[in-house]
Design a protein around this ligand. Structure first.
Ligand code: SF4
Length: 332
């Protein structure tokens, strides 16, 4: 009998990403921005895991570590059981094609003086995808896959609208036959109607090619459309991770609840509990003791201030929460 369980394609283990802070005084102790601080999760083949949280929570830093744009401070990023964090440049080049990225600003990620044809050709050349003679057909196929006309190949990035440029970004990622695509705020700069078109395109391509997405976004209403699982981060830590429906229907962490309660509900008959969080996100250089969320959590007590909660399974499903009081329904 065929096993339809999703297979783990990528595993992040105890990842830490610290960045040194420039000293202001000569004899000052060395300080670090703890952008990502000991996180572990898996990414299953053919599925979409979204990472959400406020700016500075560590979601983009996690994406960059997976892409090996930054060298992790500690921990492992296992892709098909190989630790990407420890690969040499030469070894890394071989797997680079497998893990592609689509950035937020399509214009910034495209060379303004390069035609789309030259850009796609260059991407395939670097990754040694296809013989030169077969690339022309592939480029036409890519244009059709992302919903652009064939003559788009001869044009420059500034000749396209924001949504079209994002389609070009997707074509470029697809050109090297990736397994994983990191979508870093990929639709955040687009109008709502264009966002929906790009999300639908990403879903269609996922079904067609069995792609795996790591979808990074600050916008939970966007995440709702594309995810299979959702991971919520706060100040470099995972606070909650669950199947999408479970997380939206039954959030357990007060921070997740606060984020969800900020999404406008179109149906006036539906009432949702509002959780207000006070203040700003504390500095990741010197994060709060115990639970990092305690300075803003309406339910914090002395235990929260002193003891860091573990990320642990709550209930029967694979729903993980990092809060001392998750089971006590304190927040319902
Ligand atoms: Fe709030 Fe305490 Fe739970 Fe942290 S552990 S989220 S401070 S109740």
């Amino acid at each position: 009998m065929e096993n339809n369980e999703p297979k783990t394609l990528l595993e992040v283990k105890q990842l830490k990403q610290y960045f040194p802070v420039k000293k202001e005084k000569l004899f000052e102790a060395k300080k670090y921005v703890k952008a990502v601080d000991d996180i572990s999760f898996t990414l299953e083949k053919g599925t979409t895991l979204s990472i959400v949280g406020e700016s500075g929570c560590g979601k983009s830093t996690t994406g960059r570590a997976i892409l090996r744009l930054d060298e992790p401070t500690e921990g492992e990023v296992l892709y098909q059981n190989v630790d990407l964090a420890r690969l040499s440049k030469k070894e890394l080049k071989k797997v680079r094609g497998d893990i592609q990225v689509i950035f937020q600003d399509p214009f910034a990620s495209l060379n303004p003086r390069q035609t789309i044809r030259s850009m796609l050709n260059e991407a395939m050349e670097i990754q040694q995808v296809l013989d030169k003679s077969k690339r022309e057909d592939r480029m036409l196929e890519l244009m059709s896959l992302v919903g652009l006309p064939a003559d788009a190949l001869e044009r420059l990035p500034h000749e396209f609208s924001g949504g079209q440029r994002q389609r070009i970004g997707i074509a470029r990622a697809l050109s090297v036959n990736p397994k994983i695509i990191v979508c870093d705020e990929a639709v955040s700069a687009l109008d709502v109607s264009i966002q929906a078109q790009i999300l639908n395109l990403l879903k269609k391509l996922q079904r067609k090619f069995g792609l795996t997405y790591l979808f990074i976004s600050h916008d939970l209403s966007v995440v709702r459309h594309i995810s299979d699982r959702v991971m919520v981060m706060y100040l470099g830590k995972i606070v909650e991770i669950a199947e999408k429906q479970d997380l939206f229907d039954n959030p357990q962490h007060p921070y997740t609840k606060a984020l969800l309660s900020a999404i406008p509900i179109p149906d006036l008959d539906v009432k949702r509990e509002k959780i207000q969080i006070k203040g700003d996100v504390p500095s990741p250089i010197d994060p709060p003791s115990g639970c990092r969320f305690h300075t803003r959590c309406p339910f914090a007590d002395d235990h929260c201030k002193n003891v860091e909660p573990e990320l642990r399974k709550v209930g029967e499903t694979n729903h993980m929460v990092s809060c001392h009081y998750a089971e006590k329904m304190l927040f319902n």
